[in-house]
Design a protein around this ligand. Structure first.
Ligand SMILES: [Zn+2]
Ligand SMILES: [Zn+2]
Length: 263
């Protein structure tokens, strides 16, 4: 079976932006043709709900947790690239730029400390911190390690439930900002920048949770293997057509079993 050469399936670990493109490259063609934007937003939102359900049921299997986070990562990547890209900058690079700004190598963008010493309700304006060029090459694992360095102590103090709520809140914020697309309107450039910033926050929470659950390696491996080619049609890019033709809607949204990842 022919596997598309670009970007390379991950032997050596890819930079985060390439991982986002790697996942998106599998599904973009199908999504553009067969997945209306409202459904795409719904799938993105549902991935957060699925993750919440795993937490609520206290499912303690690292593979299941990593699968659920991989699903959030994949749906965040595909929706982000689809919605915030412009002629000048791809969606993945726009979001990476926001990650540099909001999560700089030097420490917390708000209090300037490493690790962060912000109270729960931090001040609204970030400190004026220079982004580091090296961050553009960081892998998903390196981003997870970075978020642990900056926010690990706070996150451990607040607990997984609190950080999960933060993830869902960020997903909600993206969803609300994308609402104009659901009714067929376009987003202004200034709105796109805001959406990109919120997508960056979703990614940061995914990194935090992967670290807190101890599933960073599982998550990387899952993305490497699961998103190399479509599990249904075996192709890259996926040629499944409408995803709703294959399974009932509930299965598409949440997976037929807790350990499945559907998109
Ligand atoms: Zn801080
Ligand atoms: Zn397929």
């Amino acid at each position: 079976m022919e596997v598309q050469a670009e970007p390379e399936p991950k032997g050596e670990k890819m930079a985060l932006v390439d991982t986002m493109e790697f996942v998106n490259g599998l599904y973009q063609k199908r999504n553009d043709s067969h997945l209306p934007i409202a459904s795409h937003i719904c799938l993105f939102f549902a991935s957060g709900g699925f993750f919440l359900r795993i937490n609520r049921k206290l499912i303690d299997d690292p593979t299941i947790r990593a699968n659920a986070l991989a699903s959030v990562f994949a749906r965040t990547s595909t929706l982000a690239i689809r919605t915030v890209g412009s002629k000048v900058l791809s969606g993945s690079h726009l979001i990476l730029g926001k990650l540099f700004q909001k999560y700089p190598e030097s420490g917390c963008a708000y209090c300037g400390n490493l690790p962060c010493k912000c109270e729960k309700h931090r001040r609204p304006e970030p400190a004026n911190i220079q982004a580091s060029g090296v961050q553009q090459f960081w892998t998903l694992t390196e981003w997870c390690q970075h978020i642990r360095r900056v926010y690990g102590p706070n996150n451990r103090k607040n607990g997984i439930e609190y950080v999960t709520n933060q993830l869902l809140e960020e997903i909600l914020e993206v969803t609300m900002l994308l609402e104009p697309l659901i009714v067929g309107e376009r987003l202004e450039d200034s709105e796109l920048v805001m959406v990109a910033a919120e997508f960056a926050d979703v990614f940061a929470r995914i990194f935090a949770l992967a670290d807190m659950y101890g599933v960073v390696d599982f998550l990387e491996d899952k993305i490497d293997t699961h998103y190399a080619q479509c599990k249904r049609c075996g192709k890259r890019p996926c040629e499944c057509g409408s995803i709703y033709g294959h399974e009932d809607r509930a299965n598409v949204l949440f997976g037929p079993r807790a350990d499945s990842v559907t998109i």
